[in-house]
Design a protein around this ligand. Structure first.
Ligand SMILES: C[S@@+](CC[C@H](N)C(=O)[O-])C[C@H]1O[C@@H](n2cnc3c(N)ncnc32)[C@H](O)[C@@H]1O
Length: 429
């Protein structure tokens, strides 16, 4: 798997240079076009592993190299190898041998010798290195200090569990399309296909192991979609009735748009600022055999609005993604504390603009996949002080329908069963 390590090193180096993994991974894969699907999948796994445990791997690398490694690709390859030795399931010597082979392909003659020496020294000195390893919280938890401090302050009872769950493999959860099948029938179809899964409740089924979607029974026929259980709360909370005019204001790739349409016969406008991301909405609508009006537009502006008020608005606003960090491991290292202020401003602009488009008596559901209160509770408090015609309704999660293991006033805390999302329901007087 030296090819996989090499691709992972390309991707990790790009992230450490400030680029998103969603852009860096395809770019890294294009550099090694001969990689098999298995090597590509392994490269993805190694990149995630390295970014999940980056602070720890970087601390070991610093302890093992008297001078910093200046070549970014060789440095990234060492981080990949160390992460595999620390937290991967592969045999130690296979990891080292493959990393040495991969180093030979970096174009640096000295790289093979250095990678060999560093990784073998790690294996030899592991116990002593571990004993002397930094006890800093950054190394212990593998998050930046500002992130740890903010969670400590905002969740004094839960911060450790939240950090720990963010470092685990995310579950793969499906939403069964009740227009085509039932949860019981789909569970049986999975069993018949030899796929282990269990019913979380309502439309949510969790797989024991993640799988490529083409292996899922009836995926192309629209029997199911991939959607975290926490995200499956949006459609039920909207309290939909047939014939309602509904806006999904930040809709791409269309998970919640499609869930709304699977749940109820409504007239839906699916808006997003990014035209390329809206292609995914169209693909999902087509696969699931659903209809919506899909429009490119800025939810913080009104140019796209035809003046007909909406009965329901879903505002699944752009955010830090801190509640889904186990799915977007690069975010821990790419986000900066000041980003929260920028997101909060955009979120407030979107919320205020959409409020004018809501009919009297109508409901707006504000959603983020963040756990930071600047984007969540504080945002809603600020909105309520400046909008006297807004009433906050309680967010009631019906746990007979779906799991909601830890919830604090609309804030779903991330758990093994679901991601961390925030929900606030506002009604116009
Ligand atoms: C959290 S994602 C939405 C996920 C989607 N609701 C789903 O369930 O699949 C946020 C989306 O907001 C879009 N976005 C960001 N700024 C926007 C704006 N000003 N107006 C409309 N959409 C925006 C992004 O392109 C992104 O697709």
């Amino acid at each position: 798997m030296q090819v996989a390590q090499l691709i992972a090193a390309h991707a990790v180096a790009e992230v450490l240079a400030g680029h998103n993994l969603t852009v860096s991974m395809p770019k890294a894969l294009r550099k090694v076009r001969s990689a098999t699907p298995q090597q590509q999948a392994a490269a993805q796994d190694y990149s995630y592993l390295t970014l999940r445990f980056y602070a720890e791997a970087a601390a070991y690398l610093a302890a093992l190299t008297p001078k910093p490694v200046t070549d970014v690709r060789v440095q990234a390859l060492l981080l990949v190898g160390l992460s595999q030795l620390l937290h991967g399931g592969d045999d130690d010597f296979t990891v080292v041998n493959q990393a040495v082979e991969a180093a030979g392909k970096t174009g640096q003659r000295w790289a093979k010798g250095l990678v060999n020496a560093v990784l073998r020294n790690f294996l030899r000195q592991r116990a002593a290195l571990q004993a002397n390893m930094s006890k800093s919280e950054v190394v212990q938890w593998n998050y930046p200090q500002w992130w740890i401090d903010l969670l400590k302050q905002q969740y004094p009872d839960d911060w450790q569990a939240m950090l720990a769950v963010g470092n685990t493999h995310p579950p793969m959860t499906l939403r069964v399309n009740l227009r085509k099948t039932s949860a019981e029938a789909y569970l049986q179809a999975l069993r018949d296909a030899g796929i282990a899964a269990h019913h979380l409740g309502g439309t949510a089924i969790q797989l024991q192991q993640p799988l490529p979607v083409y292996q899922l029974p009836g995926f192309e026929q629209g029997w199911c979609s991939v959607q975290d259980a926490g995200a499956q709360w949006a459609a039920p909370l909207l309290d939909l009735e047939p014939g309602m005019r509904v806006l999904d204001a930040c809709s791409a790739p269309g998970g919640k748009t499609c869930h709304i349409l699977e749940s109820c016969e409504v007239e839906l406008l699916s808006l997003d600022a990014e035209a390329t991301r809206l292609q995914r909405v169209n693909e999902n609508l087509q696969r699931l055999d659903l209809q919506a009006t899909v429009v490119t537009g800025d939810a913080a502006q009104s140019g796209w609005f035809d003046g007909k008020l909406f009965d329901r608005i879903l505002a699944d606003v752009p955010c830090s993604a801190s509640g889904i960090v186990r799915r977007h491991v690069d975010m821990k290292w790419l986000r900066r504390p000041q980003d929260l202020t920028t997101f909060a401003q955009t979120q407030q602009q979107i919320l205020s603009n959409l409020w004018h488009m809501l009919a009297k008596g109508g409901k707006l559901l504000y959603v983020t996949c963040s756990v930071f209160q600047q984007e969540n509770e504080m945002q809603i408090q600020q909105f309520l002080t400046s909008h006297a015609d807004a009433t906050r309704l309680p967010v009631v999660f019906d746990t007979a329908l779906l799991p909601c293991e830890r919830m604090v006033s609309g804030q779903l805390l991330p758990t093994p069963a679901h991601d961390g999302l925030f929900y606030a329901l506002l009604q116009k007087q």
